[in-house]
Write a new protein. Structure first.
Length: 115
């Protein structure tokens, strides 16, 4: 059974930083692409960052240069380092993986950025 547990969300200030964590079980982050999504109030869920099994990364244009996705294979955990936060980064952030023909989601961690 795949479980993804996010943590690290909370209140941040514009220009500040937060780091989100996604602890995975039932799936290995070393051999599976892992994703971070976010959903702002009243908006559709959007893909924020991707890290492939080989370590290649991709980002939404809105976060490029500010957010960094990484993984720690020993801890089976994926991170999202968020710098230069903006109020428009306010959203619930979800960890995601596609494994055995299914999408797997964490419960989400809320991030609120004040101006």
């Amino acid at each position: 059974q795949v479980q993804l547990v996010e943590s690290g969300g909370g209140l941040g200030q514009a220009g500040g930083s937060l780091r989100l964590s996604c602890a995975a079980s039932g799936i290995s982050v070393s051999i599976n692409a892992m994703n971070w999504y976010r959903q702002a109030p009243g908006k559709q869920r959007e893909l924020v960052a991707v890290i492939s099994s080989s370590g290649n990364t991709n980002y939404a244009d809105s976060v490029k240069g500010r957010f960094t996705i990484s993984s720690d294979n020993a801890k089976n955990t994926v991170y999202l380092q968020m710098n230069s936060l903006k109020p428009e980064d306010t959203a619930v952030y979800y960890c995601n993986a596609y494994w055995r023909f299914r999408q797997h989601w964490g419960q989400g961690t809320p991030v609120t950025v004040s101006s």
